[in-house]
Design a protein around this ligand. Structure first.
Ligand code: ZN
Length: 240
């Protein structure tokens, strides 16, 4: 395999924006879409630098979205704030979290715009976000339905109905914004995941449902995935 992922060092063979190998760059599908909902992804600094960080990809796909980093050595965490007049919602299955579609159904016809705050990282990192980030303990926590249709993923979930962060964000935007936003995010998710898995031989050309750029090289099957693909599974943002 060319260019095995090594720790957190920058890799000149990868696109700095989408983190795929340069001949598989998916930036053409990671276009920022105009939406009313403000997305704020709160991620540990280790998560932000991983090629498998799908929360970071969601930020690239939505206008006005922001990434706030935590756990910075020798520096303050990025402040987690949202626009004035917005209703903040935390997308995480904390005790007392409610289904987002039920929350939406209980709102008036034209509710104020939402700021969706989404912890990203390993389960342990994401679980700490509500407790440790000022202002998040008091806001409403919501969940989205968990079952997914295609099963294509960068990391192994710990349960079959668990979603990657970008999938969960797509579901939430489907409820808050409509099917076009959900389709945009899911297309970005599938494209990046399929190209990453195809590149390291875990997906065949016949299994690709999106596209592979012309001239891109496939390295062939691996006996095992690179280090960052064997990390602790990502958190579940879905309803169990
Ligand atoms: Zn790219």
């Amino acid at each position: 395999m060319r260019n095995r992922i090594k720790g957190l060092a920058p890799d000149p063979l990868r696109c700095p924006r989408c983190r795929l190998h340069t001949d598989l760059c998916a930036c053409d599908v990671l276009r920022p879409m105009a939406v009313a909902t403000e997305l704020v992804v709160v991620a540990h600094r280790y998560e932000v630098r991983k090629p498998t960080s799908t929360g970071r990809l969601a930020v690239l796909c939505l206008q006005g979205a922001r990434l706030c980093r935590r756990g910075l050595h020798g520096a303050q965490d990025d402040p987690v704030t949202w626009g004035p007049g917005r209703t903040p919602l935390l997308l995480f299955p904390c005790p007392g979290a409610i289904p987002l579609d039920a929350w939406r159904a209980a709102q008036p016809t034209s509710p104020p715009p939402v700021a969706l705050i989404v912890p990203d990282g390993t389960w342990r990192q994401a679980k700490r976000v509500r407790r440790r980030v000022p202002g998040l303990a008091a806001i409403t926590a919501v969940t989205v339905p968990g079952a997914h249709a295609d099963g294509v993923r960068l990391r192994q979930p710990t349960a079959p109905n668990r979603l990657a962060t970008l999938e969960a964000i797509a579901r939430a935007f489907g409820i808050l914004e409509g099917p076009a936003a959900e389709a945009h995010l899911m297309h970005a998710f599938r494209t990046v995941v399929e190209r990453a898995l195809w590149s390291n031989g875990r997906l065949s050309s016949a299994e690709i449902t999106t596209s592979i750029p012309k001239g891109a090289r496939q390295d062939g099957p691996l006996s095992r995935g690179p280090a960052s693909l064997r990390d602790e599974p990502p958190p579940t943002l879905a309803t169990p």
